[in-house]
Every structure is written in C-alpha cells, then in structure tokens.
Design a binder for this molecule. Structure first.
Ligand SMILES: Nc1nc2c(c(=O)[nH]1)N[C@H]1C(S)=C(S)[C@@H](COP(=O)(O)O)O[C@H]1N2
Ligand SMILES: [Mo]
Length: 534
C-alpha cells in the first residue's frame, strides 16, 4: 500500500464499496419500476396502434391459445367469468417477480439488465404479431417502445446506485428515488389519460352502436305464451336480460367493431360467386325475431352457462342458397361452415344443420337492442340446438364453406368434438344446494332444455322415492328452455332432490354424469337440503 497516493476524485472514480443490502433492495425496486413503466408506456402506445397489441393481453391471448384443455376447463370452473382477470393478474405477478430479478442482475451488470428488459419487449412483440387477429407488424410497436423506455430507465436508475453521493462512498439513493418516483408517476398519469380518452377505433365502434336502429322484424317472434313464465321466487326470468347473460369467449379485450366498416365475406367450396355484405345490406334482407336458448359445452350439470334471449337477425340458409350453396343432402360439396371472427376465432358448424329449416340466424339484435359488444356486436351467428362453440360465432367476419375432413376449427385440436348437438339437461334453481327451507310446501323449480327437440317431461325425485312429474310451464318453442315447478311436501331432515328431463323425441336424460369434454356434460342434477321444523 502506498500511503502517499492521492484520494480519488468522487466523480470520476467508480464506487468501490460492495453494494449494500439497501442498494440491492433499491435495484430490485428499480427493476419493478422499469417493468411498470414499460407496461404503462406500451399500453399507451397500444391505444393508438391497437388495444389488443398491448403486451399483457397479447401474451395472455397466446397463453389462452396454448393452454391444455383440462387446465382451461379447470380455470373456467374455478374462476368462472373472472378467468381472464385471473390470467392477466397471474401474468403481472410473474412479470413482477422476474422484474425484481432483472433489477438485481442490472446491479451486477448494468447493460445486461437493460438488455433483459429489451428481451421481454421482443417476447411481447412476437406474441402481439403472431396473434391470429394481428393484421400487421405494427402490433410489435407497443411492446418494443415500452421495453425501450423500460431499459433506458433501468439503466439510468442503476446508474444512480453506481454513482457515489459526492464526497462519500454511498450510492446516490436520493437521485434514484427521485427518478423512480417521477417516471412511475408520469407513466401512470399518461396511461390513465390514454385509457380515459379511448382509442379512435373504440370511439367509432361505440358511436356506431349508439346510432344503430334495429329494423322491425318481418317475422316477429310469436309472443311468449302467458304460461311459459312461472312466478316462483328463486327461479330466474324466462328471458335472460343482456346484463345477466353468461359470457364465454377467448377475448381478453372485447373486440369493438365499427358497424359502418363491418363486412361479412361468404366464400369457399360450392359458393357460386363470393359475396361481401355490409351491415346495411344484411339488415335490408327479410328479418326474423326468435327466442332461442344458447348454452355452452363447458356447462357442467347444474351449471350457469346457459341463457335464453330474443334474437333479431336474418336467416342464414337463404343467404347461402343465393350464393349457390347446397347442403350435403342435396349433393353440395361442403359439409362444414367455418365462421371466423374479427379476433381470429374459428367455429365450425354442419352445413346440413344450418340449412335444414331451423332458425339459423345472423343476429344483430338481442332482447330489443343491438348486440352488446361482449355478445358479438355487430353480428353473430345463432343456430338452435348446437353448443355455442360449434355455432354461435361472435364478432363474425367471414363464412367459409369447407369440409370437416379438410379443416379443424379452433376447439377441435384442443380436444373438443367437431360436432356437438346440445344434450338434454335439467337444473334445479330453487331451493339452492345446501339451503335450509322450513317444513311444509317447498316449491322446487328450475329449467330444462333440449334445443330444437323441446322438453316433453320433467320429473323430480326426493331421496330414493318414486319419480314424480313436475308441472311444466307452457312451451314457448322447441328452441327454448322450459321452466318447471314441483310443490314438495317437505319433512324435517336432510333430503336429496334430483331432477331429470325427457326431450321431444321421448329420450330421457341418462343418470350417469359425464365430463363436459369432449361434447357436453350429461347426467342428473341433484341438490341436498336440510329441512327445518316449521
Ligand atoms: N368470436 C368468438 N365467438 C364465440 C366464442 C369465442 O371465444 N369467440 N365462444 C363461443 C362459445 S364457447 C360460446 S358458449 C358462445 C357464448 O356466447 P355468449 O358469450 O354471448 O353467451 O359464444 C361462442 N362464440
Ligand atoms: Mo362455449
């Protein structure tokens, strides 16, 4: 050691002291702040590029598409309609953990840390560009710009930690905190303003929906028979209000389509001449209004993923006929109709079912208003008797005539059946499972459905007793569910109530429960109640 060596200049000499615990803590925090600023900047940029190109929804969408079917089923069961929120929170949590690590890495190697942030940006960009609904490489821009901002910020923040506070060997923690807090706040403010303002695309879509005047139906739905609605407390309404209608789709960001720019393309095998229709052209055709019950193949026995609405639209079959399409039974070459949505979903429906005379619709109205954005605005398909994933394409953009042999729609390689007619189901809605009704007359009531076959009979069984006929509400049509009620003389103690339905063909629901996968759950619904003394 040379004692005469001059003291180092505080500014141009790197700090010698090993990073303290506090420095490491701050570095990890720096990673977190940089990740946050990255995402906020990316989200802001995505507002102008395309909301769906924001990194979290883009990566989330890729995760949804590559999640194995059993995991997805579990997620729908565990989180219901919150599954998408849970997924995105999960992604954010994982990112936060990784960001803490990247901050620590940057303290050891500043450039490598910043490069890691850049790598995440590239990952997000690739996810955004490879989404099926991504039409352009500009979808990479939000992730890349966000990552660039985050990388620069991390580099600068770690720089503060590596710079000694003048005259000391301690890091410039004050500078670090000032930079971190100000950029974090600025990014939050900018992102909030961006969200509040709304994107031009979304604004136009909202305006086009507000301006849409639904045509009067040329063929109105026959009035719901007075006896179709049972007035039993705990039993839902016969027509499900739009706000209560279940929602199932893969969209992390609800597509907002401008009705004025919407087009439907009809093409493929057997189509004499390809057609493209505007919404105005579609609505100028003869319109029909029908009550149709829609249900999801993922609905478990007793589950909530079913709803009944009054749809307004145009019949699909005549449109196809005009385009030259014939069903297979008339020698047409295509047996599968593949509907594609603006967000890249593909839904395969048998051409035969669409053209066999049932009310297969291109619907634009739902319970008297334009389709809500969440339910497919401006136009969706509705085909009575088929589960939603093989018939009810929301935000529809095109219809291609092809064959089942030639093409697998979205859910088919993921383990679901290519063809899936609705299975007969019945559900007890009141009393609730686990309820404690008082002894005396208890109204047991619910719904049963077997779309396009109708419900002929519903029976209720108490414990192991005999099956008793429930009173059926009047039938609105074979395409809607049917309410039922059974007054039960309840005696104190624990009881199991079971329901089963018989459809219009005379077939009774089988007892054995099956999985929802691959083509819909079967089996009797039963609940347990404990009856108290009156
Ligand atoms: N574009 C698109 N359409 C879709 C889906 C989807 O994920 N994307 N899900 C289908 C499924 S699985 C069902 S059950 C119905 C649900 O329609 P709803 O959300 O209006 O109830 O929409 C169908 N149409
Ligand atoms: Mo579904």
């Amino acid at each position: 050691m040379n004692a005469t060596r001059p003291a180092p200049e505080p500014h141009d000499e790197p700090r010698r002291e090993r990073p303290t615990r506090t420095d490491r803590l701050l570095a990890a925090l720096g990673g977190l702040v940089s990740a946050y600023v990255s995402l906020a900047v990316a989200d802001l940029v995505a507002h102008w590029v395309r909301p769906e190109a924001s990194p979290v929804p883009a990566v989330g969408g890729a995760v949804v598409d590559s999640t194995p079917a059993p995991v997805k089923e579990w997620a729908i069961r565990a989180f219901g309609e919150n599954d998408k929120t849970v997924l995105q929170l999960g992604i954010l949590l994982l990112l936060a953990l990784l960001a803490l690590g990247v901050g620590l890495l940057a303290l050891r190697h500043r450039l490598l840390g910043a490069a890691a942030v850049g790598a995440f940006g590239v990952f997000g960009a690739v996810a955004a560009v490879t989404r099926p609904d991504s039409g352009s490489v500009t979808d990479a821009v939000p992730s890349l710009v966000g990552a660039a901002a985050g990388a620069l910020l991390l580099y600068a923040l770690i720089g503060r930690l590596l710079t000694p506070w003048p005259g000391t060997a301690r890091a410039d923690r004050r500078g670090f905190l000032i930079v971190a807090a100000s950029t974090g706040l600025a990014a939050t403010g900018a992102a909030a303003i961006g969200r509040a303002v709304g994107t031009p695309v979304q604004e136009n879509a909202a305006a086009s929906r507000a301006a849409l005047v639904l045509p009067r139906p040329d063929s109105p739905a026959p009035g719901v028979p007075a006896g179709a609605r049972l007035d039993v407390p705990g039993l839902g309404p016969f027509i499900t209000p739009n706000r209560d209608f279940y929602r199932v789709d893969t969209a992390l960001i609800v597509p907002k389509v401008d009705a004025d720019r919407w087009r439907l393309r009809i093409h493929g095998s057997g189509v004499r001449e390809e057609r493209t229709l505007t919404l105005r052209q579609l609505m100028a055709r003869p319109t029909v209004e029908r009550d149709i019950t829609l249900c999801c193949v993922s609905n478990e026995v007793g589950g909530p993923l079913v709803g009944n609405a009054r749809w307004l639209g145009v019949p699909l079959a005549p449109l196809l006929r005009e385009a030259g399409v014939r069903p297979p039974s008339e020698g047409g070459p295509a047996d599968q109709l593949v509907a594609r949505s603006v967000d890249g979903m593909t839904i395969g429906t048998p051409v035969e079912a669409v053209m066999d005379g049932r009310d297969a619709l291109l619907a634009f109205g739902m319970n008297g208003e334009p389709l809500p954005f969440t339910h497919g605005f401006p136009v969706r398909m509705i085909v009575p008797g088929l589960y939603g994933y093989v018939s009810a394409c929301k935000w529809i953009a095109s219809i291609e005539l092809t064959t089942f042999a030639a093409y697998d729609a979205y859910w088919v390689p993921r383990g679901w059946a290519a063809q899936a007619p609705v299975k007969t189901q019945s559900r007890i809605d009141t009393p609730r499972d686990g309820a404690h009704p008082a002894a005396g007359t208890v109204m047991v009531a619910g719904v049963a459905w077997a779309q396009h076959r109708g419900i002929r009979r519903v029976e209720v069984r108490v414990d192991d007793g005999p099956w008793q006929d429930a009173r059926l509400a009047a039938q609105d049509g074979v395409d809607t569910w049917r309410q039922w009620v059974h007054p039960w003389a309840a005696t104190p103690g624990r009881h199991t109530l079971t329901v089963r339905a018989t459809d219009g063909t005379g077939t009774t629901q089988p007892e054995r429960r099956t999985d929802t996968m691959p083509d819909g759950a079967q089996g009797w619904h039963s609940i347990d109640v404990t009856v108290g003394r009156a």
